[in-house]
Design a binder for this molecule. Sequence first.
Ligand code: PLP
Length: 390
Amino acid sequence: AQHLSQALQRIEASPTTAMTDRASELRAEGRDIISLSVGEPDFDTPPHVIEAAKDALDAGDTRYTPVTGTARLKEAAALHFRRDLGIAAEARDVIVTAGGKQAIFEALAATVSPGDEVIVPSPWWVSYPQMVRFSGGTVVPLRTSAGNGFRFRPSELEALITPRTNWLLLNSPGNPTGAVFPNDMLRGIGDVLRRHPQVLVLSDDIYAPLRYSDEPHATLAALCPDLSDRIITISGVSKSHAMTGFRIGVATGPDWLISAMGKLQSNSSGNPASISQAAAVAAFEGPQDFLGRWRDAFRRRRDMVVARINAIPGLSTPVPDGAFYCLVDAAPLMERFGGDDGKLAMHLLENGVATVAASAFGGKDGFRISFAADEAVLDTALDRIEKALS
Ligand code: PLP
């Protein structure tokens, strides 16, 4: 007999994963599929990180570590929060998790109760609403659109806040939009939050190092330090250091929340992998110069992809300022797909390109492509998309 919990029945498997699985199936049948659906850099993990992982193995670093991470990695992560995000973090304020995903899950699971309202700007990263629902919370979408660069006005946020609101989720640079929140917008959000002390903020800065404009990264906890006792900032090495498989995320926030997350972790996954933690120390403390080269490559690809998309009749996209995604609007073509962008994405897959429908992210009438692929590959993919939609 099957006995699914009420919590599990409230959620669905990640739709990005579903698309990636379908693409693998077609490939296994011998079809030539270009996958632009996954959220990971195509670059190799930097060699100094690989060396650190090997050294850890050779040194017998193969046992349990403290549940919330080694002292060494917490120091390195605190350095990262100070140096790269401008947050005055110390090692004791940090928790190390199995990827940024676990940190977000734990923060929400530790605090959201049935009836709580969580404001999530849409289009959103696929897992946010699922995690909120798993804990019994209600997702309150804060709709944004390409027209305003996928940003919202502080007044639009304030209009959604009720006495039951307990979280606002922020993600900049954002997945799936690549939108970056400027300083003045974040300061405006800070002003709203000062009037609503019941609201906690989760700032997911996992893409912070991957930005294509010259301004330094802005994050709420750095801009509004007076609010830092209710902000948790999520970061990691998955996207910035091409270490998705290592499964290391880091978070910093108020004591009570970090220890609540640790309590959950101590009774579920336990410590993050010892070898991965050693590798993450090298990622945070080692040379960061490769990042400049990666950024340049991503910027070139972005420019190429945006130009080609906007030249295809019926498709349009704003220029993403960060991360490695474009959210493409296909509204003028939707009639052909019965208004269902899932059908549009399947049509593109049948024509050799795996993307993810915008509706998977709480958006509509379009699809997300990841430009974390070689320029020649992107060019071929765009040829196929153009042909499939002509
Ligand atoms: N947050 C966002 C916005 C993401 O896009 C992702 C990965 O896709 C994550 C968090 C999770 O990253 P990790 O692989 O470190 O768990």
